[in-house]
Write a protein that binds this ligand. Sequence first.
Ligand SMILES: [Zn+2]
Length: 443
Amino acid sequence: MRTKIANASLALLLASFAMASATVFSQAAPAPKSPKKHWQPALTADAVHNSAIVIDTHADTPGRFVDDAFDPSTDAGKGHWDFAKARKGNLGAEFFSIWVDPTIYKDHYTRRALDMIDSVHEAARKNPRDLVMAYSAHDILAARTGPHPRVAALIGVEGGHAIEGDIRVLRDFYRLGARYMTLTWSNSNELGQSSGDLKPGDNGRPKDPGLTDFGRDVVREMNRLGMMVDISHVSDRSFYHALVVSRAPVIASHSSSRAITNHPRNMTDDMLVALARNGGVAQVNFNCGFISNDYLAQSKAFEDAHPAEMKRAQQLWLAPKTPETRAELDRLQAMADAAIPRPPLSALIDHFDHMIKIAGIDHVGIGSDFDGVQCLPLGIDGVQDLPKITAELTKRGYSATDLKKVLGGNLLRVFTEVERVSHQIQNEQNPDKRPEVEIPHSK
Ligand SMILES: [Zn+2]
């Protein structure tokens, strides 16, 4: 029964795709009635972008919902994400990141995660014309259908420390709508080693134990639940362990290419090939520090030249936020921004291009890190600028079909497959084919 339901959703998904494409192509190039050759105008980059299901798998906006009482129906100002910007960028679905600062919220990670999850549900409840909660690939398509398409809001938990070592919390997060979890953030946790705090081992090489037994259990449970396993932030060994354990394709929700920008948060070419073989998808991160070696080097030089300011910024970050501390943090940030130039947009496009060459067109997508990073490349000031990426990739020769995959099709495919594997596992574990009992409505 469950497998059939999964197949039905997949069929609907494919049908919707066909319908969406048919609409677009029928507008741009009507089907010829005779076998005579007809001139067919090429789709413009804007037409491609505006007819695609555009999915971003990482925005840290919930931090603003909770801490700043930010309402996305108002202007986000310098923020990267609000409804007007999302409409301009033709965003179809956002995975809102539930990121719990491991220092500030020590000993109550789960509580903080619950507050953030609530903030996403509340944003959707208060803005039903603009945002709708989504829990499946099918829900994303449904949100984009009809005369008033809405942005589908999904939840991704960033960092397994949020479950505080308790797999029951993982299940609760799923029940509350979480559809991916990043196994670690920059801190190693009960699940395994992060790329952010690797220590040198006896041989001088980084000590990387990879995933723990608990981490492997979590991956298996995520497969059963139908939650995407996210390997952004994890150490290289944890990445390979996750691939071995997971029965479903995995995602990198916001990671770029290490061959181009040498940062441990990025994926090596070998990792990209392994991820493609697993059927997964790597979603390119826009953070300047992950897409430009120049920016990385200049940031390092700035930090070395301003140790007092760096220490103060760290103190302010960890301190309770007041208008005064925020103003001081803004001032320090402005000082850094003035000293370190933003990389050109081509730096970001180079990452898309390279990752597509290595992993293939079916295995790359968008994982912006909006509202989670201080610096984006020139020309990208928020979600409203996503069409510029489509335009630049078009200039580099990518077709409409290719671009629709990158803009969201690949993520939808992986999400659908993760759902299918989940149904398969649940069916193996409980082959009882009886449908759920229907409870009659009482008055
Ligand atoms: Zn992150």
